[in-house]
Design a protein around this ligand. Structure first.
Ligand code: GLN
Length: 534
């Protein structure tokens, strides 16, 4: 097993995750079994209870792990399902060590960061590699070097290099700012950050220098000299238009072959033609649609990153480009102005009452004007609420999440869920089978009776109302295995009014785009063509 460790310097938010995922993809295409571990040095056990405003979307894995959104990128790029253990947090490590201490595993010794915490970190990383049978384990360390929280992790990784001689490679991703007044890229912050890394005993083997523009050889030479890194291993990465071009850029650089040579692995070049075809569609779409995403976290767009990717996957496959119009459900839905002219609408998931009335209005607008609409998770639940209020005339119908006293609790907890008080890890999470009814529009789309999809929710369609809905044309075309939980809805007499309780965006992959996102895009294109004719 080999390890490639990716650390960050100078500032965060410069695309370390994209570089890690891209490298993973490149190595996978060179026929290695690759897995990626993300280290998030915060104290939370997992990302499940975190607000998207701070960390962007919470991604959900097949085993139900609620993790950092980088894991979503890893899965999409590697086209491989990862597990909760692929995301390490300080909380997870400390919890494990304290559990061991209570059990008496360390009997007699004083439990300390070195060696007990660091040993646990190394054990965890190695275990992930073994469990996934990996040739290469990429380890991305969140944050930047110098953060207090990341110290034990960096120390553990330093030890790993010592223990796995010749099999560990360190990449430091830094930022080289442009001083526009001088027209000059400045390397000093990079020098400092490498010095910081070396002061804790880590000498990087390669530097990936992110900058606005391409760095010329002289700048790279300077970085190499001051950081004691081989010139061939200093890679300048300018801003790229979208993250899908990153694998191509890095694949053409000297980095992959340099790494493989250093860790003595065979280098099987691959020109990434499959990927290039996808990227070509993304960069030059044949047609375009505009889809409104109506949500309360639209101001921080990483909150819906998996939806953006799902749409890009559709574009990569079909050549239909998707322009997203972000609409704030809380502040921009007083009237329908913001929705004028869109070809389709997506209502994403969410928690809490804020912004739900705006989403319900958007759904009403789409239903009445026959605009294609897809609701995901909370979006699906609100489609049910909207239909109950405005078609079944159940006044004040709601989800009990928002109004526990509603007369018409069309979305509610199931009896067995009542009484659960804890917020962390108590939802219906992860991959679950979804059974599709034959003879439905849904079946036409999937051409399958059984699919596997990711979940993250507490509330369900209330079984008491199902017959009323179906009698009025809102059909539940898919359920869980027991037939108790409603999973997909479709509306008669509407070109495309669908919703899913599951998060179709989470299992979307470049080569296998989400079927529902794909169907929304197709329907939006039809809608656009018809409205252009009129
Ligand atoms: N808040 C809703 C529930 O818990 C929907 C969750 C979501 O959209 N992820 O069921």
């Amino acid at each position: 097993m080999h390890f490639i460790v990716i650390t960050g310097g100078v500032i965060s938010g410069i695309g370390k995750g994209t570089i890690t995922s891209s490298l993973g993809y490149i190595l996978k295409e060179r026929d290695f079994k690759v897995t990626i571990v993300k280290i998030d040095p915060y104290l939370n056990y997992d990302a499940g209870t975190m607000n998207p405003y701070q960390h962007g979307e919470v991604f959900v894995l097949g085993d139900g792990g609620e993790v950092d959104l980088d894991l979503g990128n890893y899965e999409r790029f590697l086209d491989r399902d990862l597990a909760s253990e692929n995301n390490i947090t300080t909380g997870k490590i400390y919890k494990k060590v304290i559990e061991r201490e209570r059990k008496g595993d360390y009997l007699g010794s004083t439990v300390q960061i070195i060696p007990h915490i660091t040993d646990e970190i190394k054990r965890h990383i190695r275990r992930v590699g073994e469990n996934s049978n990996a040739d290469i384990v990429l380890v991305e360390v969140g944050g930047v070097v110098g953060d207090i929280e990341s110290m034990p992790f960096l120390e553990a990784l330093r030890q790993l290099k010592l223990e796995e001689d010749g099999k560990v490679f360190f990449i430091h991703v830094t930022y080289v700012p442009m001083l526009h007044s001088l027209g000059e890229p400045k390397t000093k912050p990079t020098q400092h950050s490498v010095r910081e890394l070396r002061s804790i005993g880590i000498q990087p083997d390669a530097i990936v220098a992110r900058s606005e523009i391409s760095l010329d050889d002289e700048v790279k030479r300077k970085i190499a000299l001051f950081t004691q890194v081989d010139e061939k291993a200093v890679i300048g990465v300018p801003d790229v238009s979208d993250i899908f071009t990153m694998p191509i850029y890095l694949n053409d650089s000297t980095l992959p072959s340099y790494i493989l040579e250093k860790v003595s692995l065979p280098n099987r070049n691959n020109s990434l033609n499959k990927w290039k075809a996808i990227v070509n569609n993304i960069v030059n779409p044949k047609e375009n649609v505009e889809i409104a995403v109506v949500g309360k976290y639209v101001d921080l767009k990483d909150s819906y990153i998996s939806h953006e990717h799902a749409f890009m996957h559709v574009t990569g496959k079909t050549g239909i480009g998707v322009k997203i119009r972000w609409v704030n459900s809380e502040t921009e839905m007083d009237n329908y102005e913001k929705l004028r002219g869109v070809n389709g609408i997506l209502i994403p998931g969410g928690f809490g009452a804020r912004g739900i009335e705006g989403k319900i209005k958007a759904i009403k607008y789409a239903r009445e004007n026959k605009i294609p609409v897809l609701g995901i998770c909370l979006g699906f639940q609100l489609e049910v609420v909207e239909f109950a209020r405005n078609v079944l005339h159940l006044e004040g119908a709601n989800s009990t999440e928002f109004n526990p006293d509603t007369k018409f609790p069309v979305i509610d907890l199931l009896p067995e869920q009542m009484g659960i008080k804890e917020m962390g890890g108590t939802m219906r999470l992860g991959d679950k089978k979804v059974i599709i009814k034959k003879g439905t529009k849904t079946f036409n789309l999937y051409q399958k009776e059984e699919i596997l999809e990711r979940h993250r929710h507490r509330y369900e369609v209330n079984p008491k109302f199902i017959k009323d809905f179906e009698d009025s044309g809102l059909k539940f075309s898919a359920t869980d295995e027991e037939g108790i939980r409603m999973e997909i809805l479709e509306l008669d007499k509407h070109p495309f009014f669908m919703g899913s309780q599951f998060h179709a965006e989470f299992r979307s992959r470049p080569e296998r785009p989400s079927v529902l996102h794909g169907a929304l895009v197709e329907a939006s294109l039809q809608y656009k063509k018809i409205s252009e004719k009129n």
